[in-house]
Design a protein around this ligand. Structure first.
Ligand SMILES: [Zn+2]
Length: 169
């Protein structure tokens, strides 16, 4: 069995939105969240779906603050971010029944970061035998239909998190 250690490295290759506004800065306008594939925002962190996923259900968790390095985060931000990674995994387990996860950070362009100015965790659900997924699908552009469908399934779970925690931790 082939274990692919860093599937999120596809990000840089596939990203075609260089120079636009930072996709990880949630801003104050929650009306654009569905279009931006944002699932969750609280005071310190946010979760969104990757528009250029390696696998269906590929999520990204970032601090709300525009920072590039892990060591720039406060303890509160770090705890919130890791908590969002945990909640993302829990939500994906409920909706997609993955058999494993790749979770990781690309810090710096040399490490494959597509948006190196705003650090973010990748949470990639994995299934046995999915390592050839990209090859099988052929064109990455096929995936967006799945993204919208998965977004619709994941959103209620993240809305429940918000209710449970009062939107904060
Ligand atoms: Zn940002």
């Amino acid at each position: 069995m082939t274990v692919l250690w860093a599937p999120w490295r596809m990000e840089y290759i596939l990203s075609d939105e260089k120079g636009g506004p930072c996709i990880f800065c949630p801003g104050d306008d929650r009306g654009q969240d569905a279009e931006r594939l944002i699932l969750y925002v609280d005071s310190f962190g946010m979760v969104m779906m990757n528009k250029y996923p390696y696998n269906n259900g590929h999520l990204l968790a970032a601090p709300v603050r525009h920072v590039s390095e892990l060591e720039f985060l406060s303890k509160k931000e770090m705890l919130d971010l890791l908590d969002l990674v945990r909640k993302s995994i829990a939500a994906l387990k409920k909706v997609m029944n993955p058999e494993g996860f790749n979770v990781g950070l690309n810090l710096g362009r040399a490490a494959g970061a597509g948006v190196e100015e705003h650090m973010h965790f990748h949470i990639v659900p994995r299934w046995n035998g999915d390592t050839n997924y990209m090859a099988v699908v052929g064109a990455v552009r096929v995936i967006p239909e799945h993204i919208q469908e998965t977004y619709g399934k994941l959103l209620p779970l993240f809305q429940n998190i918000k209710k449970d925690s009062g939107g904060d931790t």
